[in-house]
Ligand binder design. Structure first.
Ligand code: SF4
Ligand code: SF4
Ligand code: SF4
Length: 272
């Protein structure tokens, strides 16, 4: 997607008085996905020209009141305050896009969903009674209606530009829902699982990274989350047959997208 070309060809017909108001919101997260927006570098001026940045704490202290045409939400819901705030943001946003593994699946912090969070806080904090934390870290879609989910940890900046430009142009975003294996084969990579016996979650993971890890002879650890209709059960069985222990299979599915339903089910099945 060439963002600048799209703007130059006047596909958006955006005038300064009619610019879409864009807001960026943070919940429990590492800010990495927001940094991907700033990492757009040369495209940032085009973004600023096409939208009015109304709320983006990572970039500016200026805040323009809602309602907002587009909201980008990073992070998962982990506190009672988060659970209230996301409803307020939803009410104030016409189109809500969630970005990254934290917002789409609960993130790495959802590993606590498999344990007792009160036990964790009592081990870490001198005064755990001051910690207001929900028992689980959950994705945004568990709380409010979400218009689009963009995967990745962090997200791919070109995919973000595609989603934003599609919204501004009034068309459907062109984001693949097939697996990392498709990208991997297109690149002509030798399969690390077949040739080297390295465990790889590429068959069940959504494309978007350009098969980065297998391109360097590493297995995929699924940071883009489950692809559409993943057969995680079949992959887990294949991993077991190739010599992975049950504990290693649990760990393989408990990464950045541990609480995504298909991955969660497999890790729980192999934990028993
Ligand atoms: S998805 Fe990954 S990069 Fe994005 S905020 Fe969460 S931990 Fe950070
Ligand atoms: S290396 Fe991984 S992503 Fe590439 S084809 Fe093999 S299983 Fe799929
Ligand atoms: S290959 Fe897998 S783990 Fe590596 S960047 Fe891509 S999705 Fe993430």
């Amino acid at each position: 997607m060439n963002w600048a070309t799209c703007l130059c060809r006047g596909k958006y017909s955006v005038t300064s008085s009619k610019k879409a108001k864009l807001a960026v919101w943070k919940f429990a997260s590492c800010d990495g996905c927001q940094l991907s927006i700033l990492d757009c570098e040369e495209q940032l001026l085009d973004i600023a020209g096409a939208v009015q940045i109304a709320n983006f704490a990572e970039a500016t202290r200026a805040v323009i009141k809602g309602p907002y045409d587009i909201s980008l939400v990073e992070g998962s819901i982990t506190t009672p305050h988060d659970a209230e705030r996301i409803h307020k943001i939803r009410r104030n946003s016409k189109y809500l896009i969630v970005i990254g593994a934290c917002a789409t699946a609960g993130g790495i912090q959802s590993l606590r969903n498999f344990a007792d969070v009160r036990e964790y806080t009592s081990l870490i904090y001198a005064h755990p009674e001051y910690i207001e934390s929900l028992g689980k870290s959950t994705p945004i879609a568990d709380h409010v209606y979400v218009d689009f989910e963009l995967r990745g940890c962090p997200i791919n900046k070109y995919q973000l530009l595609e989603v934003l430009s599609a919204k501004l142009a009034g068309r459907k975003p062109c984001i693949p829902t097939y697996s990392v294996c498709v990208e991997c084969k297109r690149k002509g990579n030798v399969c690390v699982m077949v040739a080297l016996g390295v465990p790889c979650l590429g068959p069940v993971t959504q494309a978007g990274c350009g098969a980065l890890c297998p391109s360097y002879q590493r297995g995929c650890f699924a940071c883009f989350g489950p692809k559409e209709t993943p057969n995680a059960e079949s992959l887990a069985s294949k991993l077991e047959k190739s010599g992975q222990t049950r504990q290693e299979i649990v760990r393989a599915f408990r990464g950045f997208n541990a609480f995504a339903e298909s991955f969660r089910k497999q890790s729980e099945a192999y934990e028993r």
